[in-house]
Write a protein of this length. Structure first.
Length: 344
């Protein structure tokens, strides 16, 4: 069993205070990422029995990738703040656990350097930059490095958004953006384009030919629009509560988004997943897979690649036990009738 609270405390004791502030920062003074974790507990689990359950299989298909687990590494920035081996250590742990990793464009290792050490499947997250040539250059390197899909993050609103997280990230960090040589962290962040439209998704797709997933979706109307546009998939995410104080927990956004897309495109979710039961809840609500963000960084800080592997394997083992108790032989057997939303 993985105790993510203990993992968080170990990581905090290990990390430099400025690094911890950056990784833990949220948009509001009263906000904590725990609100997302607590939201999953609004759904009680309802087991089924007498179903001839001989074995339990956690295998999942996410996009074009066949994986041994639906638990994946969500895109998070600056892994070198947590461990000197940075994103390479995270990828090694994910590969050993049979999990998909989403590499962040805000990584501390350049994507080509990252990919030379990666053996497992990976996708590349993208911010559209104000300077489109910077984005073109990054996308060219992503394709050459062998990413199998792109994740375009659309919920960054720049200086027009909440200022509190900006103050947490304005402290000079002992790392630099690996994909944008010559830029400091604040300069890279200031270069992200906040003025996005749905046409920008097509622009990103035409640069690479890779499938484009859109991350940062919470509203069903946005999900329906994206599904009609033919995106590869949608990722329900609130950016770790880093953009908006009081934002909707992803546990409550997921079901309406799944309903809105009506099976036209697959849906993933991240935010507050802390146990196999949480993974099961997300899958039963219609997610094809779940992303793990901060806990991966905690595991990286506490134990390097082995820590990341232990976390992902632990969540998958926990999921398998929950599936057995629910009477689900496969992830496809995790259906909405196995959940009841509490009325209190």
């Amino acid at each position: 069993m993985i105790n993510t609270d203990e993992l968080r405390d170990r990581a905090r004791a290990t990390l430099d205070p400025a690094a911890w502030q950056y990784l833990a920062g949220t948009a509001g003074a009263s906000e904590t990422a725990d609100r997302d974790a607590l939201a999953w507990h609004a759904f009680d689990l309802v087991p089924r029995f007498l179903r001839g359950l001989a074995s339990v299989d956690t295998a999942a298909r996410i996009g074009a990738d066949e994986l041994s687990t639906p638990v994946m590494v969500a895109a998070t920035a600056a892994h070198r703040l947590a461990h000197p081996d940075a994103e390479i250590a995270t990828a090694a742990g994910a590969s050993a656990a049979g999990a998909l990793m989403v590499y962040s464009s805000s990584a501390t290792l350049e994507v080509g350097e990252f990919a030379r050490s990666v053996t497992g499947p990976w996708w590349a997250q993208v911010y559209l930059m104000r300077d489109r040539e910077r984005t073109r250059d990054y996308l060219r390197r992503v394709v050459a490095a062998g990413a199998s899909a792109l994740v375009l993050t659309v919920d960054y609103v720049g200086v027009t958004g909440t200022a509190r997280f900006g103050s947490a990230t304005s402290t000079p960090l002992p790392v630099r953006p690996g994909n944008y040589p010559g830029l400091s962290w604040p300069e890279m962040t200031a270069g992200i384009e906040p003025d996005l439209t749905i046409d920008d998704i097509d622009w990103v797709a035409t640069q690479t030919g890779l499938p484009v997933w859109v991350k940062g979706v919470l509203h069903p109307a946005d999900a329906a629009l994206l599904a009609a546009r033919g995106v590869a998939g949608i990722i329900v995410s609130n950016h770790g509560r880093r953009q908006l104080d009081g934002v909707l927990p992803t546990a409550h956004a997921l079901g309406p988004v799944v309903s809105a897309v009506a099976g036209r495109v697959p849906v993933l979710v991240d935010g507050g997943i802390r146990s196999g039961a949480d993974v099961a809840r997300a899958l039963a609500l219609g997610a094809a897979g779940v992303g793990i963000g901060r806990p991966v960084l905690w595991a990286l800080a506490a134990g390097g690649a082995a820590g990341v592997e232990l976390l992902l394997r632990g969540l998958t083992t926990d999921l398998r036990q929950v599936m057995a108790s629910l009477g689900a032989a496969s992830v496809a057997g995790l259906t909405p009738d196995l959940l009841r939303r509490r009325s209190d």
